[in-house]
Ligand binder design. Sequence first.
Ligand SMILES: [Zn+2]
Length: 308
Amino acid sequence: MLPFKIVYHDRYDLNLGSHIFPAQKYRLVRQRLLATGAAAEDDFLAPCPARDEDVLLVHEAGWVKRLRTGTLGYLELLKLELPYSRQMVEGFWLAAGGTLLASQLALAHGAGVNLGGGFHHAFAGHGEGFCAIHDVAVAVRVLQREGRLRRVLIVDCDVHQGNGTAAIFTGDEDVFTFSIHQRDNYPYEKPHSRLDVNLEDGTGDEEYLRKLDEAMARAVDLSRPELVQYVAGADPYERDQLGGLNVTLAGLRARDRLVMQWARRAAAPAVVTLAGGYAEDTADTVAIHCATVEELVEIASMPASGTK
Ligand SMILES: [Zn+2]
């Protein structure tokens, strides 16, 4: 039995067919965790969809209504880059409920993971880059409203800058947004996070991990987090179709460990969301996400002094 539950729902699969976004990966990650013995059936917990009143803590009422009623404009759909369906909308509401549940569990058990979410390109009033609802932001706002915490550090290691996250939390002293990403890649307009690390094309393991470590030291020091939200995109991978960095599988595992060790040092529970991943071979994306979960399990199983 794992030291925490893994949050997952079958309907995370948006059923997009041959779309570049492999939404079947969520199911495949679960299958692989079971097949390798990293997790058992009773380690998984299914979330409820987020409540609209929770989603509205982050998103504009018009955007929520147009998603709910299938009345998005042509340009809105173009920006979102997903075909509209009820199932797609349901998937985003479930992902937001899932990240909230994983965050609540993390506060109780020290670590949590949603095998979905990390939709960091969603803005308050529009969606883009396969992201309609910002699940991480919704979870943060709900926990703050409930008085469960105040200060949060969002660590975004997806290869694409967390533009929605940066925009949503601009001017918010309590939520520190940190993004490490490829500079010359989507999104071409990058609203400022509190801390952005822009990487050159082709950045490899050594430089990536050094810059991440330096930035984490700074981010933790400045934010003094009560919770770390880790957006663990698999797309800095050297064989990713939408990424241009050269981070290896081993480098990504080291990245995960580094982020979680920093959270541990800060005595802050860590919540993992999966975010992007578009490897030529989806099995690689699935393996990267599974490694992230394995690292989280390992760190969460250590005694508190184990990482000092
Ligand atoms: Zn990405």
